[in-house]
Design a protein around this ligand. Structure first.
Ligand SMILES: [Zn+2]
Length: 467
């Protein structure tokens, strides 16, 4: 039994003016990929052959030529290495390619064309992916994360592979039921650590058991893309078509019935309101998510608006992580640690939502551990700002350790995230979500959609729907 592995996983905001280029996409090939799939040795014996997988920090639309180049390499390798019994596609599901609609639909159709109808294709998705009928027609199996914040990335990949091997070994051809549920949900409103998503997702194992299914996925979808397929959905896989259908309808009905309950999982407000609320809270540090410019959701990361507001409020003992500004980092390295310098911060990449912000700063620290992404820490009137050369989301404790920074020692931490990642959340005594300007405004009602499929909640609040 021979199984090829590959894919492309980029979460793309179609409202972002900053395209994702080939250089922004990390491409791992062959043996470099084995570390991503540590479970392979524990799967039934087969030849697992990783070919190429592209992955990037969430961002703007992928340039067409970059996408085509990666796709072509994967298809060539598939052709050269075949025939295959199965293909595992390691995807995200919210890929948006300039000049193309439903990029994963194109990817899966192209793979199907190369490997033929007899080869079984299994895909794993982030639950923030958008699924389309075209994708469902081209894959045999699709499974998605069940946690947000994501704690089951490897588990999901393993499930996709196990399902594939199981079906190949037992000659199972599952019935797939895909029901789009007309909801546009920002991730911050559908965290599985809060209600109503928590108890909805908790139903998955119980539904699999009750209906004797192979797998069930519930997807939140990705709202910051202006495409007809942008929506939540339910997918069931089972040998019995009737049961798979029944289970999918039951979950879709349940999902829909909870629609009014999907609210921000953290206290939410304007940047000014969040700063005022943070000042009033006795336990420190308070974390404020600069959510409109959240890099992990596809925001660009150089909108300096929050720094402007922090200074206006006279805030000190504050950490701002961070602003991407290669030119400012270069200036800091030129003048050196301890120097005072005039900087024009941010507003250079996301010119739609920000303009450069003039400050006088002291350079506190320079870090060139990553030669392609040097960091500078500056002080602006008591606010310490981390500047990065490349778009950098602060999602792990190690990133702060490397800089010799302990976020717990500040009263206020402003961070370009939406919900706080699992390693960051325990640092915060309180976490607030600021509806700040940026490409991924969490208030999706404000986005200039032209292509989403109507009616959809909450854009069409009064709609009725049933599966
Ligand atoms: Zn996600």
């Amino acid at each position: 039994m021979r199984i090829a592995i590959g894919g492309i996983a980029v979460e793309c905001c179609s409202f972002s003016p900053l395209p994702t280029r080939l250089d922004d996409i990390t491409r791992l090939r062959g043996d470099e990929l084995h570390a991503e799939y540590p479970f392979l040795p524990s799967l039934p014996e087969a030849e697992y052959v990783p070919l190429i997988r592209g992955r990037a920090t969430p961002g703007g639309p992928v340039e067409r030529s970059a996408y085509e180049q990666i796709k072509q390499e994967f298809l060539d390798k598939l052709r050269e290495g075949g025939p295959w019994d199965g293909v595992y596609l390691d995807m995200h599901g919210a890929l948006y390619v300039l000049g193309m609609e439903d990029a994963e639909g194109d990817w899966t159709a192209s793979v199907r064309e190369v490997v033929g109808e007899d080869c079984m294709i299994s895909a794993s998705y982030d639950l923030h992916g958008n699924v389309s009928p075209r994708v469902m027609a081209n894959v045999d199996l699709l499974t998605a994360y069940r946690t947000a914040p994501h704690r089951d990335v490897t588990e999901t990949r393993e499930r996709a592979c196990r399902l594939l091997v199981h079906c190949l070994m037992h000659d199972v051809h599952p019935n797939k039921v895909f029901i789009p549920v007309p909801l546009l949900l920002p991730g911050e409103k559908a965290m599985t650590t809060a209600e109503p998503a928590g108890s909805l997702y908790a139903r998955i194992p119980e539904v699999i058991e009750a209906y004797d299914l192979l797998d069930v996925s519930i997807l939140v979808g990705y709202a910051w893309v202006d495409e007809p397929r942008a929506t939540a959905c339910v997918i069931t896989l089972g040998e019995d078509a009737g049961k798979a259908q029944q289970a999918a309808e039951e979950l879709a009905r349940d999902y829909w019935s909870r629609r009014e309950g999907f609210r921000f999982g953290m206290p939410t407000g304007t940047v000014d309101a969040c700063i005022e609320q943070a000042q009033a809270l006795p336990e420190k540090p308070v974390f404020i998510s600069d959510a409109g410019d959240n890099i992990t959701g596809g925001g660009i990361g150089d909108v300096p608006y929050c720094l402007d507001r922090l200074l206006a409020h006279g805030i000190t003992n504050c950490l701002y992580a961070g602003i991407v500004d290669a030119a400012a980092v270069a200036v800091c390295f030129d003048v050196g640690t301890g120097a005072e310098v005039s900087l024009s911060l941010g507003g250079k990449l996301d010119t739609t939502h920000g303009t450069p912000f003039e400050v006088v700063a002291t350079v506190l620290k320079l870090d060139d551990t990553l030669t392609t992404n040097r960091h500078a820490i500056i002080d602006v009137q008591g606010i310490q700002v981390i500047l990065t050369e490349r778009r950098t989301a602060f999602t792990t404790a190690a990133q702060f350790d490397q800089l010799g920074i302990d976020p717990r020692t500040y009263e206020l931490v402003v961070i370009k995230l939406g919900y706080l990642f699992p390693e960051i959340a325990p640092m915060a005594q309180h976490a607030l979500l600021a509806l700040s300007p940026g490409a991924i405004d969490p208030a999706v009602e404000n986005l200039p959609y032209e292509h989403v499929k109507h009616p959809i909640f909450p854009l069409d609040r009064e709609m009725t729907w049933h599966p």
